[in-house]
Design a protein. Structure first.
Length: 185
């Protein structure tokens, strides 16, 4: 059963705000950004959000699910346990695709939001969605504004861009998620 060993946050909202101030030629501030400001800069995806980073580690992630995540390469680094014969002593050629691996990631907030668009989509495998929901759930505990911006592609775009729609777009659950995503308190 896949689980998360940990979720760590690197960087602070003050650092994000100070970077944003730099871009508009203002001096550093002395107060914490409000939840409203955080949500607005995340929705705008302005570059300073990349100063806020997350580090997590999945345990017992299926190898083929790990491959889905490794395909993401911008704003994220992956560290996956090896299947190399010379390191494990087991013949790699016989390794099953459902063998469990340890998969650690370090990603900025923008990359986390982008990955959510793909990995929360109803066309993603159930196993991949479940593994990603673990990550977003842990992010929600420490950075709720970031988690509130982790939505499937159809919610982000306002329509389903997939060749084969999963049926979520246009449903009451979609409408509810879209309203929550757009809400800036």
């Amino acid at each position: 059963m896949v689980s998360l060993k940990y979720m760590k946050v690197k960087g602070t909202w003050r650092e994000v705000a100070d970077a944003a101030r730099t871009t508009i030629r203002l001096d550093e501030g002395d107060r914490e950004p409000s939840p409203r400001w955080k949500k607005r800069i995340l929705l705008a995806e302005h570059s300073p959000i990349r100063k806020l980073c997350f580090n997590w580690k999945w345990l017992n992630l299926l190898y083929w699910v790990s491959v889905h995540f490794v395909r993401h390469k911008y704003g994220i680094e992956h560290f996956v346990s090896t299947q190399r014969t010379d390191r494990t002593g087991a013949d790699r050629t016989g390794a099953r695709q459902d063998a469990p691996v340890v998969h650690e990631c370090f990603a900025n907030a923008q990359a986390v939001m982008f990955m959510s668009r793909r990995r929360l989509c109803g066309q993603a495998s159930a196993e991949t969605r479940a593994a990603w929901r673990l990550v977003v759930g842990e992010i929600a505990k420490v950075e709720p504004e970031v988690a509130s911006c982790c939505v499937p592609e159809c919610v982000y775009r306002g329509f389903c861009p997939e060749f084969k729609c999963c049926g979520f777009f246009g449903s009451p659950a979609f409408d509810k998620m879209l309203a929550a995503y757009r809400e800036v308190k």
